[in-house]
Design a protein. Structure first.
Length: 404
C-alpha cells in the first residue's frame, strides 16, 4: 500500500508496517490523534439520507482502518517475534479504542434508526386495534358491539403521521365489516331465542298431553281396582279368601280392618264398595253367632273331659318349659356373644369402606378438575368469559352440563 490514503481508510497508512506504531505508545497516540482529527472534522447529520450515509461511511472507514492496522500488526509478529508481546498489547489497544470510536461515531445514526423503528412499530401496533377480525360473526353480539364502539371512537389524526390515510381506510373497512358481523350475530341470537321459545311451547304441550294421558290411565286403573275389590268382597262373603275357605275371624278381619283403607283409595267407587262390604260383614257376623252358639254347647262337654287331661299336661308342660328356658338362656348368651363379634367386624368393615370411598371420591374430584383445567388450557388465548360460556354451552368442557 502506498503512503497515499486508501479510500477505504480514514487516514493514509504506510504500505510497510511501522514497528514504532506497535511498540511505541507515543507513536500510536500520534496515529490515533490523526484518526480522531478526521472524525472531529466530520459534522454528523441524521436529518438527511446523505448525512446518515456519510456517518455510516465514516464508521466503515474506521472499521477498515482497524482491520488494516490489525493485519499489519499480525504481519509484524511474523517478522519480529521478539516484539510479539508489545505488538499484541498495542493491537488490543487499537481494537478497543477504534471499536469504541466506531461505536461513538455511528451512535447518532443508530439512535435515529432505533427511534424510527420504534415509531413505525408503534403505528403498526395501533393498526392491529383496527382489525375487524377481533370479533367475527360467530362472536356474541355484545362482544362485536364493544369492538365496533372502540374502533368507531378511534380518532384518525395527525398522530398517525404518514399512515393517516391508510389508517382512515382501515377504520372504515373495519367499521363496515363489524356492522355486518353485528347484524349477523344479532340475527343468529334472535333465531336462537325464537327456537328456544318454540321448544318451550312444544314442551308445555307435551306436558299437558302427558298429564291428560296419565289421568286417563289412572281412572282406568282405579276402575279395574274397584272391580277386583267388588269380586274380593263377594268372595269373602261366601267364606273364601284366595279360593280357600277361611274361619270367621279371618273373614271379619278382612272386612273390618284390611279392606276399609284400601277401599278409601278408590275415589268415586268407594261409597258403593263400602256399602257392599258392610252387607257382607253383616252376613258373616250372623253366621258366626249361630256357629258360636253350637260350638259353646259342644265346648262345655269337651271342657270337662279335657280338664283332667289339661292338669296332667300342665305338669308335663311346666317341666318342658323349664328345660326350654334353660336351653333358650344358653342359646341367647351364645347369640349375644356372636352378635358382639359381628358388630365389631361390621364396624371395622364400615370404616374401611368409608375410607376407601373418601379416597376414591378425592381421586375422582381430582380427575374431574384436571379434565376441566385441560379443556380450558387448550383454549389458550381464547379463554375469555364469553369463549368459556360458549364452550360450556357446546359441551366442550367435560363433566360440565348447562341446563337450558
Amino acid at each position: 500500500m502506498s503512503d497515499t490514503a486508501s479510500t477505504d481508510l480514514i487516514i493514509a497508512l504506510p504500505s510497510v508496517p511501522s514497528v514504532a506504531t506497535f511498540t511505541d505508545e507515543r507513536e500510536f497516540d500520534k496515529l490515533y490523534d490523526a484518526i480522531l482529527k478526521k472524525v472531529d472534522e466530520h459534522k454528523p447529520d441524521v436529518s438527511t439520507k446523505k448525512g446518515r450515509d456519510e456517518i455510516k461511511s465514516l464508521a466503515f472507514k474506521i472499521a477498515r482502518t482497524k482491520t488494516t492496522l490489525d493485519q499489519q500488526g499480525k504481519d509484524l509478529t511474523e517478522e519480529w517475534r521478539e516484539n510479539t508481546k508489545k505488538v499484541n498489547e498495542t493491537r488490543n489497544k487499537i481494537k478497543a479504542r477504534l471499536e469504541e470510536l466506531q461505536a461513538s461515531v455511528r451512535k447518532p445514526v443508530d439512535d435515529w434508526e432505533d427511534a424510527e423503528e420504534a415509531r413505525l412499530q408503534s403505528l403498526k401496533d395501533r393498526f392491529a386495534a383496527l382489525d375487524a377480525g377481533r370479533a367475527d360473526a360467530n362472536c356474541p353480539s355484545d362482544q362485536i358491539a364493544a369492538v365496533l364502539a372502540e374502533i368507531e371512537a378511534t380518532e384518525i389524526g395527525d398522530d398517525w403521521q404518514e399512515y393517516r390515510d391508510e389508517a382512515a381506510i382501515a377504520k372504515d373497512r373495519a367499521v363496515s365489516a363489524l356492522r355486518q358481523n353485528l347484524a349477523a350475530a344479532e340475527k343468529r341470537e334472535a333465531d336462537a331465542r325464537e327456537l328456544e321459545e318454540l321448544r318451550a311451547l312444544k314442551a308445555a304441550k307435551d306436558e299437558e298431553d302427558r298429564q291428560r294421558r296419565e289421568a286417563e290411565e289412572a281412572a282406568e286403573k282405579l276402575r279395574e281396582r274397584a272391580v277386583k275389590a267388588r269380586q274380593y268382597i263377594e268372595e269373602v262373603e261366601k267364606g273364601f279368601v284366595g279360593g280357600q275357605p277361611q274361619p270367621y275371624g279371618i273373614l271379619i278381619y278382612e272386612l273390618e280392618q284390611k279392606l276399609p283403607p284400601l277401599i278409601d283409595q278408590l275415589g268415586e267407587h268407594a261409597a258403593d264398595l263400602h256399602a257392599l262390604r258392610k252387607g257382607a260383614l253383616a252376613t258373616i257376623t250372623l253366621a258366626m253367632e249361630r256357629q258360636a252358639a253350637d260350638d259353646a254347647a259342644k265346648a262345655e262337654e269337651k271342657r270337662k273331659a279335657d280338664a283332667a287331661e289339661a292338669e296332667a299336661a300342665a305338669k308335663a308342660a311346666a317341666a318342658l318349659k323349664q328345660a326350654e328356658d334353660e336351653a333358650r338362656h344358653k342359646r341367647e348368651v351364645e347369640e349375644a356373644a356372636q352378635a358382639e363379634r359381628d358388630r365389631i367386624a361390621n364396624e371395622r368393615k364400615a370404616e374401611d369402606e368409608a375410607r376407601a370411598k373418601r379416597e376414591a371420591d378425592a381421586a375422582h374430584r381430582d380427575k374431574i378438575a384436571k379434565d376441566i383445567a385441560d379443556a380450558l388450557r387448550t383454549m389458550s388465548g381464547r379463554a375469555t368469559p364469553e369463549a368459556i360460556a360458549e364452550a360450556l354451552m357446546n359441551g366442550d368442557i367435560p363433566h360440565c352440563i348447562v341446563e337450558i
